[in-house]
Design a protein around this ligand. Structure first.
Ligand SMILES: C[S@@+](CC[C@H](N)C(=O)[O-])C[C@H]1O[C@@H](n2cnc3c(N)ncnc32)[C@H](O)[C@@H]1O
Length: 366
């Protein structure tokens, strides 16, 4: 994962259509992940000016009454609409990405509502218990803790997945890898064996399994804690019979597997942030997401070297290796694949922002 990916602003992609099929706004370097999906706009939603015109008390005073619920001197009735507006403003002041969307996600999480329901119940008062929970989350979000960790979930490839600080938050760019993997598997008949290296919360494995009924997947990760999250996501989508989790360093846990020793497809979204990039990561990424999921040595290529060196021995002839890559890494990865001498049809594919995003290659028949 490189700066451009680790840090991508997911919700911008959602404005481009499902799985990013349409042409995006171009924004080559994204520096921070944004929450998953665009803010809901409704006719009922007042704009900021309308809202401010309704406020008779000063902004700092009202803010104080929310952030210090014991001191509700203004005797405010905190409705969904009021809270949404205040939190949005607070997040804007704090420089939080997608402030309105982030406010919606936190509020709908605390109220256990769908986001759209916030807008159909704008005038509903929010009770003190809920406000107390909300104000804790708002404070943490204000310190740049990712919204997905605060709510414990995210959306990936139209799936609702559990996440926590033990695993990286899946990025929308990774959906392109899933898309290509599914296409490749559809072109092959019969049961297909897939290996998902560095599975994290299991997003790639779950998305492939949901969309490729004949796929049998082994997913590995060196982090036991991340695999616990993957297990919950696999369970949620009832894929336990088709996805097997193994803990260990890249291919290492596969060696004793006697049932599958060659795969039709290996996919991998490894850590790919270089030392220089790591220093520049946004606070929400650097301080909260696991370093193990981000950092990959001085040049960010450590894991790729090891995967590419070993992959061919685990692939059937004409099987594919597909890697997510950082936007600066295309030429280096292409060279690594060429030097391995085991691959043909080596391709680097760009994402919707015109950045190198995927490397794919076919194992040469021997
Ligand atoms: C960039 S995250 C990707 C997670 C998930 N596949 C996704 O796309 O969101 C990289 C994952 O690789 C795992 N990892 C790091 N080094 C590893 C290694 N040597 N062997 C296996 N997994 C590793 C981390 O624990 C982390 O879950």
């Amino acid at each position: 994962m490189n700066v451009n990916k680790v840090l991508t602003k997911d919700y911008e992609k959602r404005t481009l259509g499902e799985h990013g099929k349409n042409k995006p706004n171009t924004n080559p370097i994204q520096t921070q992940y944004k929450a998953n999906s665009k803010p809901i706009q409704t006719q009922n939603e007042p704009n900021q000016t309308q809202f401010q015109a309704k406020c008779t008390l000063s902004k700092p005073f009202l803010f104080f009454t929310f952030l210090c619920p014991g001191y509700n001197l203004a005797m405010q009735t905190w409705t969904i609409q009021k809270l949404l507006n205040w939190i949005t403003e607070h997040f804007t002041d704090k420089g939080i990405d997608s402030p309105r969307l982030s406010a919606e996600l936190l509020l709908s999480h605390v109220l256990t509502m769908e986001r759209i329901e916030l807008y159909t119940q704008f005038d509903k008062p929010v009770v003190k218990d809920q406000r107390d929970r909300l104000h804790d989350l708002v404070k943490r979000a204000g310190r740049h803790e990712p919204i997905c960790y605060l709510t414990g979930r995210t959306e990936f490839y139209s799936l609702q997945l559990e996440v926590c600080p033990d695993c990286m938050i899946p990025r929308p760019e990774t959906e392109l890898l899933v898309e290509r993997a599914i296409e490749f598997l559809r072109s092959r008949a019969g049961t297909q064996f897939v290996c998902d290296l560095c599975t994290g919360c299991g997003c790639i494995a779950v998305a492939i399994a949901k969309n490729s009924p004949d796929a049998r997947i082994i997913a590995t990760d060196i982090s036991d804690a991340a695999l616990n999250v993957a297990a919950k996501n696999i369970e949620k989508y009832q894929l336990k019979d088709r996805i097997r989790l193994l803990c260990g360093d890249l291919f290492e846990p596969l060696v004793p597997q006697l049932d599958v020793d060659k795969f039709d497809l290996i996919v991998c979204n490894p850590p790919y942030v270089s030392a220089a990039e790591f220093e520049k990561l946004d606070k929400s990424v650097k301080d909260y997401e696991p370093k193990l999921a981000l950092f990959a040595g001085d040049d960010g290529l450590n894991i790729y070297r090891r995967v590419i060196e070993k992959a061919a021995q685990f692939l059937k002839p004409d099987a594919a290796l597909m890697l997510e890559i950082g936007f600066t890494q295309g030429p280096a990865i292409k060279e690594l694949l060429e030097q391995a001498g085991a691959f043909a049809e080596i391709k680097i594919e760009k994402d919707l922002r015109d950045n190198d995003r995927i490397a794919a290659a076919i194992k040469i028949s021997s």
